[in-house]
Design a protein around this ligand. Structure first.
Ligand code: SAM
Ligand code: SF4
Length: 462
């Protein structure tokens, strides 16, 4: 596996190039991020590299000297959003020919998408793939000097590409919440999913690098730290994932340590015990089920059965009473019958999730499911989606009602004129009256509850 690690010299070389790019430091970068938390984490890294290269940050593309569009390919809707945004920059480029525009992320890894992008948006200067982020300084330097458009992409097949570059700077969006990528890529090849093709092979960082990053964050006052990975609990570094979680959650001080996303096949008893026993490990578990029917799960290549999923989900709920359970569900996977769909409705009722993230199945070019016969019509997907949502709303209402009268510990995310908002260890949103400052903990008595938000009053405020 050592070939996946980018050498220290190569990383330093890139950082040296960055330092020489804009000596005055008066330039600005605007980074637009689409998609998942992994993309958000990647954008913080791109931003850190840009900071080293003398670029301040702006939210307004009109003020930018460099625009980076970090794309998502998980569903067609995400792709269309990124394309339509890219289309809006034609005028800016006409007004400022020195403006640099780059496209990166998952769409950049798909040949057809990349080619179409270069053709339809001739003012895009460069495109770079998910394992070329660390090369951004070189990419910018080349774009500034050569007047030629470039593509930076691995020439290896999708199940072989993917690197890990340590030591890159990160410019974080928050002073109290941070994401730490611990593994990248995916080897599971669920039949509907594009991730293994665009994120490359599954690979894990060494635990010492992860733990020193977490330690620096805890020492720096971060209170909500999320370990990230496409299948975070499939981490295969030098120690096991439960051990890593235990060590990352056992540093001095009070903080929430979250992890996302877990694959059911690697959800072990050892992991459940760490969630139960380590106070800083958040009492929250996101465990995507996708479907409650065994034939569909097998057609999806999910590698677990309904029974196995139920056993694990109910076990963690009994070991950690009150844990917040959430899941992902795909509505209208090709060939899914009404009876099979009703088994998904049933599993939701049995587990009683706090929240479900439901997605209409979106055919992804190149994946096996996109070629399956019996694609489900859009209206039918929407009908199933709506049924799931209404069942789930009732469950969430009932679960959240139990919080009324209880006191919960909340990490404050916003605070203005006595109106605060934050999240519990279980990641429940709590709006409350109080004087808590952003990034501090408050004890809040819950006075009312809806399906998605709890409301209350800070304890000392009575
Ligand atoms: N690795 C995680 C797992 O196995 O559960 C999920 C990561 S994926 C980036 C996030 C979610 O997107 C999936 O759980 C799935 O529900 C959804 N998703 C992936 N491909 C999809 C597709 N083609 N159509 C609709 N939803 C999709
Ligand atoms: Fe996609 Fe499946 Fe990998 Fe999750 S495990 S990222 S759904 S292929």
């Amino acid at each position: 596996m050592s070939d996946i690690f980018i050498s220290r010299e190569a990383v330093e070389n890139q950082l040296n190039i960055a330092s020489g790019l804009n000596k005055g430091g008066d330039k600005k970068v605007c980074i637009l991020t689409f998609g998942c938390q992994q993309n958000e984490a990647d954008s913080e890294l791109l931003s850190g590299i840009c900071e080293r290269a003398g670029y301040g940050e702006t939210d307004n593309p009109k003020d930018a000297d460099l625009i980076l569009i970090n794309t998502c390919a998980i569903r067609e809707h995400a792709e269309l959003k990124a394309l339509s945004r890219t289309g809006q920059f034609k005028k800016l480029k006409e007004q400022n020919k020195d403006l640099l525009i780059g496209v990166c992320g998952c769409m950049a890894e798909q040949k057809e998408r990349r080619d179409a992008l270069m053709k339809s948006y001739p003012y895009v200067d460069f495109v770079f793939g998910t394992d070329r982020l660390y090369m951004l300084p070189e990419i910018i330097r080349n774009a500034k000097s050569a007047k030629k458009r470039s593509i930076y992409i691995s020439d290896l097949p999708h199940n072989e590409f993917g690197v890990i570059a340590e030591g890159l700077p990160i410019r974080r969006n928050s002073n109290h919440k941070a994401k730490v990528s611990i593994m990248y890529g995916c080897d599971n090849f669920c039949t509907y999913c594009v991730v293994p093709y665009v994120r490359g092979r599954e690979r894990s960082r060494e635990s010492c690098n992860i733990l020193s990053e977490v330690k620096a964050l805890v020492d720096g006052g971060y209170k909500d730290i999320m370990l990230l990975g496409q299948n975070v609990n499939s981490y295969k570094g030098d120690i096991s994932f439960p051990e890593l979680l235990k060590r990352a959650g056992s540093m001095d001080g009070e903080y929430f340590l979250r992890f996302m996303t877990s694959h059911p096949k690697d959800a072990s008893d050892e992991l459940f015990e760490v969630i139960r026993d380590v106070p800083n490990v958040a009492k929250q578990f996101h465990l995507p089920v996708q479907s409650g029917n065994n034939r569909v799960l097998s057609a999806m290549n999910r590698r677990y059965t309904r029974e196995k999923y139920l056993e694990k989900a109910l076990k963690i709920k009994s070991l950690v009473p009150g844990i917040t359970m959430t899941t992902d569900i795909i509505c209208g996977f090709p060939t899914e019958t009404e009876e099979e769909f009703l088994e998904t409705v049933d599993i939701i009722k049995q587990v009683e999730f706090d929240m479900i993230f439901t997605f209409l199945y979106s055919p992804r070019p190149g994946t096996p499911a996109a070629k399956m016969e019996d694609q489900i019509p859009h209206e039918e997907k929407v009908r199933r989606f709506e049924l799931l949502s209404s069942v789930q709303n009732d469950i969430a209402d009932k679960l959240n009602e139990k919080y009324i009268g209880k006191t919960v510990r909340v990490l404050c995310d916003s605070s203005e004129h006595g109106e605060c908002s934050g999240r519990t260890s279980g990641n429940k949103i709590v709006n409350f009256e109080g004087k808590a400052m952003v990034g501090t903990f408050a004890d809040v008595e819950i006075t009312s509850a809806g399906a998605y938000i709890l409301k209350g009053k800070e304890k000392d405020e009575k």
